[in-house]
Design a protein around this ligand. Structure first.
Ligand SMILES: Nc1ncnc2c1ncn2[C@@H]1O[C@H](COP(=O)(O)OP(=O)(O)O)[C@@H](O)[C@H]1O
Ligand SMILES: [Mg+2]
Length: 373
């Protein structure tokens, strides 16, 4: 077969490939009634012209947090203009200016001119307009832990939630979305007291729930008969073992590609096994490691390769080969800990307080994910 024939060959196993992509918002969103109810309750004061309740939405990856918030925000935007929902992903917007630029877009319908307009004036125009129009606003900061990267989190929360004292605007609520609710302990005292959130927990789905969600997706996404119910069960098992729905969606998509590549009209067991073998087992860890800079990756790799566990000893050895000072070294260690890649434990030894560094993941897995530097 010629390449041109292959490219033109329109036969596909997908009825609608888009339903397997991470940004797809499903029409049906079941099994999260209590969470949806709590999110709605947190918004209610906003509909009465007050501030929505600050809320922390937390739970492991792939448990539907982002989807739940987008789902409710979509309905909200369709049913009222009193309360403006604004969704921001902090991985893409991790500075105060970035966050306020997104808010400006939502409030005015266009971005602030980027020719040196200072943060203060963007903030001012946003809050003055919201106050004048008498609107409430809810701002969802998804992956809010990303704001720790540049230590921006405290400033951003205070900028958002103390707008009353400077601009006379107080109808704002913030949703923080992340994996681990230990987040609060990492805030400084002032930010903690202005944020002081309600909590909504997303626990992993049960096997039955995973099966139901994936079979709906298969019905929309693949042609009839492409994936047998037995093989769907196999995918459900693998998804359940990882606790992350994205694994299942990704696995179906990749298995279908492998089947297409062999011009098979059905997904076979070997396609699923092969696709699963090729997938990074911890998508979340991979994303986290990808977001590190070179120096951070280097140190992480060193930690994964050395037998030492004492922070001081690791620094001694590492700094012999690399140009890094103790301050920078400690900053990176703190960051790796905040990102849940390592744990540190203080112990009292001969040389006063020092800490042990423990990897939270398999050494080989980490080295593989860091890849070539
Ligand atoms: N209850 C559900 N019904 C249908 N699809 C869901 C449900 N929960 C999660 N998903 C799907 O699983 C994937 C991961 O969900 P997501 O909201 O991104 O998880 P999180 O933000 O918790 O990591 C998305 O593709 C989403 O569409
Ligand atoms: Mg998410």
């Amino acid at each position: 077969m010629k390449i041109s024939d292959m490219l033109m060959d329109e036969e596909t196993l997908f009825r609608e490939e888009g339903v397997f992509t991470p940004t797809y918002l499903p029409d049906q969103y079941n099994h999260r009634d209590s969470q949806l109810k709590s999110i709605t309750m947190a918004l209610k004061p906003g509909l009465r012209g007050m501030n929505p309740l600050n809320t922390l939405i937390y739970g492991p990856p792939g448990t539907g947090k982002t989807t739940a918030v987008k789902y409710v925000f979509k309905e909200l935007a369709e049913s009222t203009t009193k309360l403006i929902p604004i969704y921001i992903n902090c991985e893409d917007n991790n500075t105060p200016f970035g966050i306020f630029a997104r808010i400006h877009e939502a409030v005015y319908g266009f971005s602030p001119p980027d020719t040196g307009k200072p943060l203060e004036s963007v903030k001012e125009s946003v809050f003055r307009k919201l106050a004048k129009d008498k609107k409430s606003v809810v701002i969802a900061l998804d992956e809010i832990d990303q704001l720790f990267v540049r230590k921006n989190v405290d400033k951003i929360l205070i900028d958002l939630l103390k707008s009353h004292s400077t601009y006379g605007y107080d109808k704002i609520g913030v949703f923080g979305i992340l994996i681990d609710d230990r987040f609060m302990a990492d805030l400084d005292i002032k930010a903690r007291s202005v944020f002081n959130p309600e909590r909504i927990h997303f626990q992993p789905y049960s096997k039955e729930e995973i099966k139901e969600i994936l079979s709906v997706r298969v019905k929309y996404g693949l042609y009839d008969g492409v994936l047998s119910s037995q093989l769907l069960d196999l995918i459900v098992e693998k998804t359940f073992s990882q606790g992350d729905l994205r694994v299942g969606l990704d696995l179906i998509r990749r298995s279908a590609y492998l089947a297409e590549k062999e011009a098979s009209r059905k997904i076979k067991k070997e396609h699923i096994e092969k696709a699963f073998g090729e997938m990074p087992k911890n998508i979340n860890l991979k994303n986290t490691i990808d977001s590190l800079d070179k120096q951070e990756k280097q140190l992480l790799c060193f930690i994964a390769s050395t037998m030492e566990t004492g922070s001081g000893r690791i620094f001694e050895k590492y700094s012999r080969q690399n140009d890094v000072g103790i301050k920078k070294y400690n900053e990176i260690i703190d960051k790796l800990e905040q990102y849940k890649i390592i744990d540190t434990q203080y112990k009292t030894g001969e040389r006063g307080r020092s800490r042990d560094i423990l990897l939270r993941h398999d050494k080989e897995e980490i080295k593989k994910l860091v890849g070539d530097l």
